[in-house]
Design a protein around this ligand. Sequence first.
Ligand code: NAP
Length: 305
Amino acid sequence: MTVVYDKVALIGLGLIASSMALAMKRGGLVGQITGYARSRDTRDIARELNLCEVCETADEAVRDADLVVLCVPVGAMAEVMADIGPALKPGATLSDVGSVKKAVIEAVSPFVPDGVHFVPAHPLAGTEHSGPRAGFATLFDNRWCIIVPTPGTDRAAVERLEVLWQGMGANTDEMDADHHDLVLAVTSHTPHLIAYTMVGVADDLRRVTDSEVIKYSAAGFRDFTRIAASDPTMWRDVFLTNKEATLEILGRFTEELFALQRAIRTGDGDHLHAYFTRTRAIRRGIIDAGQDTDAPDFGRTPVKR
Ligand code: NAP
């Protein structure tokens, strides 16, 4: 693999940034990686893990960088950009990994200096863990990274960033910001909200004791709890910034839920059977596309006591 960028700076050193650092090193894709996180604790952990050259200020990290990637929660992007904007090198590419694109573009664009190419991106890969210790080099393998060029974005800058993501193992695709936010509202944001709700409902239902919820969780609930364990700051920001698309999908979800509720009440087994047959086919499609394992129960091995 040839070097795609001489120097990459990662701002924020959590799950996504640390996975990027490890994946870039695995592929020999960059000459130098610098990084910055706001807390001393995170910077110390990143140093201990030898993730990258950890700097004491964001300015220092981005100086002379050919690519700067914002890896902080969506709600923190503007504040971080206001800080580093003046320090960006002319001709550099600025990107981000935020889970929402329209709001990030609106927040970041005013701080992008002339001569810097802003190429927003979103790797569709993650886990419920956060922080620099959560990263691993294979996180992006065979996952999608959506590149969201803004009008007038330099094509060469877009293509170079795509080469980097492909080198990190991802497949790349391009979309406009509105479409990205709608697709993600269906595939990620609303499912997270539903998982948060289901776990919240179980927690509220005092007739079922806490120990029973935990003891019998393998019956479906466990998979909701994994999603509902995701980082609260990141997900608060996702819903506050992808409001329109999430509310649109939630409206549709509620209508379908009422239809299923009615089918249960009226004993309409045909409706339920037809619905579940359709949804089973979607699972098949995800497996055929290589986006999940066909192994029963996601290939988990039973936990030994
Ligand atoms: P994370 O593990 O929680 O790391 C977030 C990093 O951002 C930490 O280094 C944190 O610094 C820093 N940070 C937080 N608030 C900040 C602020 N106000 N100013 C400056 N730095 C701040 O998060 P992550 O999972 O890597 O997510 C990072 C971005 O990737 C988010 O925009 C998220 O939407 C996106 N994303 C996440 C996933 C996922 O599944 N996790 C998937 C795709 C995209 P400290 O540690 O010092 O507080």
